[in-house]
Design a protein around this ligand. Structure first.
Ligand code: SF4
Length: 138
C-alpha cells in the first residue's frame, strides 16, 4: 500500500466515525478522539489499538489529526539530489521532526514529534471534514 492509498483509506475511516458523531459539539468530538476512548470505542481505526499501544508515548495523546496535516508526501518523490529521492517533508519544519536517510531516499521522520497529537493544536485547526482540514493547512 502506498502512502496515498493509506491516506485516503484512513480519511474514509475518519469520515465514517464523524458521520456517527454529528450530535456532538466540536469540543466533544476532539475529546472522543482521545487515545483511551478510541481504543475502547473504535478498535478498527488504528492497528495499534488492538495492542493498546500508542504511536507516540505522550500523555493526552489525541488521534484526530493522525496523518499530520503538515506532512507533505509524493509517492513518486519531489526531486532527486545527490542520488536520493525526497519522498516526504514537514511543511512547518518542526524541530521535533527529523529525516530517515538511506542510500537512495529521504523520508520525513515524525516519530519524535508531538505537534499534531496535542488537543490545543487539534482545536486550532479543527474542521469536521478531515479531508478539507488536511488540504487547507499550509
Ligand atoms: S514533524 Fe511533526 S509537524 Fe512535521 S509532519 Fe511530522 S508530525 Fe507533522
Amino acid at each position: 500500500m502506498t502512502y496515498s492509498e493509506w491516506f485516503y483509506a484512513h480519511g474514509e475511516k475518519h469520515k465514517k466515525i464523524m458521520d456517527r458523531l454529528e450530535h456532538l459539539s466540536d469540543t466533544e468530538v476532539v475529546h472522543y478522539f482521545r487515545f483511551e476512548n478510541m481504543v475502547e470505542k473504535e478498535p478498527d481505526f488504528c492497528p495499534l489499538y488492538k495492542e493498546n499501544k500508542k504511536c507516540h508515548d505522550l500523555r493526552g495523546l489525541n488521534c484526530y489529526l493522525c496523518a499530520c496535516p503538515n506532512f507533505r508526501f509524493k509517492d513518486k518523490g519531489y526531486h532527486v539530489r545527490e542520488g536520493r529521492t525526497l519522498f516526504s517533508a514537514c511543511s512547518i519544519k518542526s524541530k521535533e521532526g527529523g529525516q530517515f536517510i538511506t542510500d537512495d531516499a529521504i523520508h520525513q521522520d515524525c516519530s519524535k514529534c508531538s505537534v499534531p497529537h496535542g488537543e490545543t493544536y487539534v482545536k486550532t485547526i479543527f474542521d469536521r471534514d478531515w479531508f478539507e482540514m488536511m488540504e487547507n493547512v499550509t
